[in-house]
Design a binder for this molecule. Structure first.
Ligand SMILES: Nc1nc2c(ncn2[C@@H]2O[C@H](COP(=O)(O)OP(=O)(O)OP(=O)(O)O)[C@@H](O)[C@H]2O)c(=O)[nH]1
Ligand SMILES: [Mg+2]
Length: 295
C-alpha cells in the first residue's frame, strides 16, 4: 500500500516532466484542473487539493483586521491567488497603525472587495460578526490578516463540504502538517483549552483555537454570536456542536457534521506582532464554561 503510494507520487513527476516537454498547462483555472487530472489522475490530484469545484460555488472569505499594515496587502494577494470564485470581506476593527489608509486605497483599486469599518476597536469576534452578516457565498471561511495561515489550503479545507460530507470544517495545526516550532506553554494551553471544550461539546477536535474554520453559510448565519474578542473560538465551537441543520427536501433535521483538516502554521513571535497573551487564555477558559452552560 505504502510502496504503491510512493510509486504513484514519483510516477506523477515523471509523467509531468514528459508532458511539460511537449505541452504547457492551460492558463484558465478550470481547464488547468482538467489538464492536471488528465495527466496525473484523479486520485493523486485529490490528495493535493486539485479537483473539480462546482462552477457556481462562491467562497466568502471573512478577514478581521486590526493593525496589520505589514501583512494586509500580502495576505490579500495570497487569497486572490486561490483558484476559487470568492467574495472577499475585510472588517477593519478600528486600526490605528495606517491599515485603514491602506484599506481606503484598496477600496478604489479593487472595487470588488467588501470592506467594513468599525468606529471603535471591539475585537476579533465582533469583527467576524460584521463580516459573517455580509457573506453571500455558499461557504464561509475565516482568514486572519497576518501571514500565519496559508490560503493555498482552501481547496482542501472546503472539499468535505463540497462533497456533501461536512457542514463545518476546522483546520488543525496538530495533526501532521508542517508548522513553525514556537512556544511550548502556548501549545500546552491550546491543547488544554481544546480538551476542556471537547469535554463539554463531546466533539473530538484537536485544535479548537485554530483560525481556519469553514462553515456552510446557513450554519454560521444561523448561530447567534456574542463574544467580541477571542471568546469567539470557544463560543462558535459550543454553538456548532449544538446547531441543528434544519430539515429540507425530505431530509430530517440533524446535528452538524464537523470535519478536521491538517493545516500548516507559520506562527509569529511577539517581536513579529503576536498579540495574543495569557489574558486571552483566561478569557477562553471562561467562555468554554459560559457557553457550555448558557447561551
Ligand atoms: N489582537 C486583535 N486582533 C484583532 C482585533 N480585531 C480584529 N483582529 C484580527 O483578528 C485576527 C486574529 O488576531 P491575532 O492577534 O493574529 O490572533 P492570533 O492569531 O490568535 O494570535 P497571534 O497572531 O499569535 O497574536 C487578525 O487578523 C487580527 O488583525 C483585536 O481587537 N485584537
Ligand atoms: Mg495571528
Amino acid at each position: 500500500m505504502t510502496t504503491k503510494a510512493i510509486f504513484t507520487y514519483h510516477d506523477s513527476f515523471d509523467v509531468m516532466d514528459r508532458v511539460l516537454d511537449t505541452e504547457s498547462p492551460p492558463a484558465d483555472d478550470r481547464e488547468r484542473v482538467e489538464w492536471l487530472i488528465k495527466h496525473l489522475g484523479e486520485v493523486f490530484c485529490k490528495r493535493v487539493g486539485i479537483y473539480r469545484i462546482p462552477e457556481d460555488l462562491v467562497l466568502s472569505v471573512v478577514i478581521p483586521v486590526y493593525n496589520e499594515r505589514e501583512t494586509i496587502r500580502e495576505i490579500l494577494r495570497h487569497v486572490r491567488a486561490v483558484p476559487i470564485q470568492k467574495q472577499i470581506i475585510l472588517v477593519d476593527d478600528y486600526s490605528t497603525d495606517g491599515t485603514r489608509d491602506i484599506l481606503k486605497r484598496l477600496e478604489t483599486e479593487e472595487p470588488d472587495l467588501v470592506i467594513a469599518y468599525h468606529d471603535r476597536n471591539q475585537g476579533k469576534g465582533a469583527a467576524l460578526r460584521t463580516g459573517f452578516a455580509k457573506a453571500t457565498g455558499q461557504i464561509v471561511i475565516v482568514q486572519d490578516a497576518d501571514m500565519e495561515y496559508d490560503p493555498a489550503q482552501y481547496p482542501q479545507l472546503i472539499e468535505p463540504i463540497i462533497e456533501g460530507k461536512a457542514d463545518v470544517v476546522y483546520g488543525s495545526r496538530f495533526i501532521g502538517e508542517k508548522h513553525r516550532v514556537l512556544y511550548f506553554w502556548h501549545s500546552l494551553a491550546n491543547k488544554f483549552l481544546t480538551l476542556l471544550s471537547n469535554t463539554f461539546t463531546n466533539l473530538n477536535l484537536t485544535d479548537m483555537e485554530v483560525c481556519y474554520k469553514v462553515f456552510r453559510r446557513e450554519v454560521i448565519q444561523g448561530i447567534t454570536l456574542k463574544s467580541d474578542r477571542f471568546g469567539f473560538e470557544p463560543e462558535v465551537t459550543a454553538k456548532v456542536a449544538r446547531f441543528r441543520m434544519p430539515a429540507i427536501e425530505g431530509r430530517p433535521a440533524r446535528r452538524c457534521r464537523v470535519y478536521e483538516m491538517p493545516v500548516s502554521y507559520n506562527g509569529r513571535d511577539y517581536r513579529e506582532g503576536k498579540k495574543i497573551g495569557w489574558k486571552d487564555g483566561v478569557q477562553a477558559l471562561y467562555c468554554i464554561v459560559r457557553y457550555a452552560l448558557a447561551d
